[in-house]
Write a protein that binds this ligand. Structure first.
Ligand code: 0X9
Ligand code: ZN
Length: 417
């Protein structure tokens, strides 16, 4: 845990006042140390009061503690620090310059970008935003290109992990296969932003990025997405040119090279569930297949869609359960339960094939071909009220649900070990 080791320090520093009520000067910390200690009994309480009154000890909490068992945060020079750690039960003292750096980081922390998530963004806006996430000394961030769409748009993937921990295990998030499901790329972008801005100051996010590298491809179907923005709001497929039918497109989530064409698909290029001319025929699928298959230690993958509020687990091509049903069901149930705890949306956990069997989908490819422990599809909000026309005001709540879903997934994976 990096920033939250001394949460009170940041609160007090940002308020800009010490316990004495004096404003904190801009750089008061050179060769000083900050330490958090517990005062075990009344005698230690009296000692603390005396150190404040007679030795100029700087206590950072708003009120001096008056009860035994209280924790107190203070800053001291080396001489005073030696006395303090002998007298009280203290944690590790940190150099105040380090604190200063952390405070600067906290002050510069942009937090989730409220403006960006106020509306659904174009493919160009999404790619530009992705380029703004830069790695830091603690967080490694890399933006890669998975491949190109039919119309030549690049398919980006962003990777994030704790740089020092350098985790090998990976979680994959694919988003936006279906053009009209705008909340999918939007909530994936929200997750990226949230993970980026809260690494180091949110325990669960820090833990996740310390244990796993997270890879998010927020827009896998950029041509279809742009077409749904400019021409046809309910466009679902990519923009393959199907000969005389022109760009009638392929349903990317029927084109994955796993049980291709088996069930729940159409061979008619005009259909919304057209499987394409062959397994993995679409560049958007083929290049993601190549990229993801090349990842070592991939343990889980989620394909993000909308709508319906569902947490779907393999199999999706059959009604019968997969051999891992006993593991996957409790994980799916925990994810749905925790996602519901955020806004009460009503997420339901079920086997994907129970919804309707459909083959050649990303989730089953992840499970059966990339051999992840957990391959899932999340159908994000809502339950059908607005459906695909989900208002932009629901981007942030939807994003929060996705963040919770992925955090829960990671925590469940950890328990499997
Ligand atoms: O039909 C789909 O591709 C997904 N539903 S959606 O309404 N977003 O189109 C569900 C896919 C579930 N997975 C499998 N059936 N394998
Ligand atoms: Zn979909």
């Amino acid at each position: 845990m990096i920033l939250a080791a001394f949460p009170s320090i940041f609160t007090v520093l940002l308020l800009g006042h010490s316990v004495t009520g004096l404003p904190v000067p801009p750089k008061p910390y050179l060769r000083r140390y900050v330490v958090e200690c517990t005062l075990r009994d009344d005698s230690e309480l009296r000692t603390l009061h005396s150190l404040v009154e007679n030795d100029g000890l700087d206590v950072w909490d708003h009120d001096l503690p008056s009860k035994a068992g209280s924790m107190v945060t203070m800053m001291a020079d080396q001489r005073l620090l030696r006395r303090i750690v002998k007298q009280f039960d203290c944690g590790r003292a940190i150099n105040a310059q380090e604190v200063e750096k952390k405070v600067e980081k906290a002050q510069n922390d942009p937090g989730p970008d409220v403006d960006f998530f106020a509306d659904y963004r174009s493919y160009k806006e999404i790619t530009k935003k992705l380029q703004a996430y830069k790695g830091t000394a603690q967080l490694s961030v890399s933006l890669e290109v998975v491949g190109q769409s039919h119309e030549g748009r690049t398919i980006p993937v962003i990777r994030m992990a704790n740089r020092l921990a350098n985790p090998q295990k990976k979680i994959w998030l694919g988003c936006g296969q279906h053009a009209r499901e705008w909340i999918a790329p939007a909530s994936c972008m929200y997750l990226i932003d949230r993970f980026y801005s809260h690494f180091g100051n949110n325990e669960r996010i820090t833990q996740l990025l310390t244990t796993f590298e997270v890879l998010v491809a927020p827009q896998i179907n950029p041509d279809g997405y742009e077409y749904s923005r400019d021409m046809d709001r309910f466009w679902r497929k990519n923009r393959r040119n199907n000969g005389f039918l022109r760009k009638a497109g392929v349903d990317l989530n029927r084109n994955w090279p796993n049980r291709w064409g088996l069930v729940g698909v159409s061979s008619n290029p005009n259909s919304d569930i057209y499987k394409g001319p062959s397994a993995g025929s679409e560049p958007e699928v083929a290049q993601v297949v190549k990229y993801v298959a090349g990842l070592k230690d991939l343990v889980a993958g989620v394909d993000v869609h909308s709508y319906g509020g569902l947490v779907l687990r393999s199999y999706g091509w059959a009604t019968e359960p997969s051999p891992d049903e006993a593991i996957l069901k409790p994980i799916g149930d925990a994810i749905a339960e925790n996602m519901n705890a955020i806004h009460g949306m009503g997420y339901e956990s079920q086997r994907s094939g129970e919804l309707y069997p459909a083959a050649g989908a990303m989730d089953d490819w992840l499970y059966e071909k990339a051999h992840v422990k957990v391959g899932m599809t999340f159908e994000m909000r809502d339950k059908g009220n607005y459906g695909f026309l989900l208002p932009p005001s629901q981007i942030v709540p939807g994003g929060e649900e996705l963040v919770e879903g992925v955090l829960t997934l990671a925590e469940q994976l950890q328990k499997l070990k």
